[in-house]
Ligand binder design. Structure first.
Ligand code: FE2
Length: 369
């Protein structure tokens, strides 16, 4: 399979967020989510147009970047979208080949293959457009020995006290979900299939995922031999404004809706996140009364799950546990999912109804339902 792959992808290398104040966002992701801030780029490292922070936890790398002035080529992004995901960077063996293949198959190129070099070696990347203003970079760091990329230096040890660093057990990115406009889901599924060589996993329709008001359609594509999973959502007809429409309205276009972060122990991870004031969606208590019948026996204590608000779903391969944060900015746009898998390959279809009711409660509070 890998030998015939026209565009072989190793893994998600990093997710780059474009934010209004990267310094404060770094503090949030460090102290609330338990990321270690390992590298910095900015005026002190002779980068004149932006500040950037590299955060690590397990195999997850986030880059938070902010413009230092209106002449930054991406500065308008903040006005239009607010804080959000700019780029999902994919590690490849051969950047020029990946870029040439993607463009030949119909991708819009943004940055052609580019070499960045410093005393630690060579870092190579190229960038194509995905949905909305979101991009995919192809990156290769095989010949780079520095902390992240040229321009970045290890974080000043004076910046944070080791005593305030507490990781929360987040280990890897499970999937990254994009919201696209009504009627555009299939075109983006086709983009990932035809351009990126992904395969389609599962599809839901609005009979699966609808409540009285909200409805969505979702298809999942995967690449990199299953290591990269991108569900794509579009709004479906409902009586009121769906959560996907709410996202598209406030983000002003398609973009990343949520990033699912995998943990090996969701109970400990969610306890730690809650202790750091991360806010999660709550489902009604009745959810847990119906759970044993729906899910059967599981390892975790049902009382722990109910107390923390963790959801459970099952498919024929096993079960999975998941929970969703509230949006992490003022606009109801990007949020996170925490997920632990016990064999299941599900994305939580069995929880959609309970979840949507919880989300709609929040929408009603925002007056956007
Ligand atoms: Fe998800």
């Amino acid at each position: 399979m890998a030998t015939n792959d026209p565009l072989p992808l190793r893994r998600i290398d990093h997710v780059r967020f474009f934010v209004g104040n990267a310094r404060q966002s770094a503090y949030f992701y460090r102290n609330a989510f338990g990321f270690d801030v390992v590298a910095y780029a900015g005026l002190e490292t002779r980068l004149r147009h932006e500040a950037g922070y590299v955060l690590l936890q397990g195999n997850i790398t986030f880059v938070l970047a902010s413009p230092l002035g209106p002449e930054h080529p991406e500065s308008q992004r903040l006005v239009v979208h607010g804080d959000g995901v700019q780029d999902i960077a994919l590690e490849v063996e051969d950047v020029p080949a990946a870029y040439a293949t993607a463009v030949a198959r119909g991708a819009a190129g943004i940055v052609p293959p580019t070499l960045l070099e410093d005393e630690h070696g060579v870092y190579e990347y190229a960038t194509i457009r995905a949905y909305g203003d979101t991009t995919h970079s192809f990156v290769n760091r095989d010949r780079y020995r520095g902390i992240f990329a040229p321009g970045y230096q290890p974080i000043d040890p004076e910046r944070y006290s080791p005593a305030t660093y507490h990781q929360t057990g987040l280990a890897a990115i499970d999937h990254i979900v994009g919201n696209v406009e009504e009627g555009k889901m299939n075109a983006w599924v086709k983009f990932y299939q035809d351009v990126m060589g992904f395969t389609q996993l599962i599809s839901f329709d609005d009979k699966d995922i609808s409540t009285e008001y909200s409805a969505l359609m979702s298809k999942v594509v995967q690449g990199g031999n299953g290591r990269i999973k991108f569900p794509i959502n579009e709004p479906a007809q409902g009586k009121r404004r769906s959560q996907i429409e709410e996202y598209l309205y406030f983000y002003h276009g398609p973009g990343v809706q949520h990033i699912a972060l995998m943990t090996g122990n969701i109970i400990e991870t969610v306890k730690a996140l809650r202790a750091n004031d991360v806010s999660f969606l709550r489902v009604p208590p009745a959810y847990y009364e119906a759970l044993p019948q729906r899910i059967g026996s599981i390892k975790e204590d049902l009382e722990d799950l109910a107390e923390l608000g963790i959801l459970v779903d099952r498919d024929d391969a096993g079960y999975m546990l998941q929970i969703f944060t509230k949006p992490v900015a003022d606009r109801p746009t990007l949020f996170f999912e925490i997920i632990q898998r016990h064999g299941s390959r599900s994305f939580g279809k069995g929880n959609f109804k309970a979840l949507f009711e919880a989300i709609e409660l929040e929408q009603a509070r925002r007056g956007t339902l």
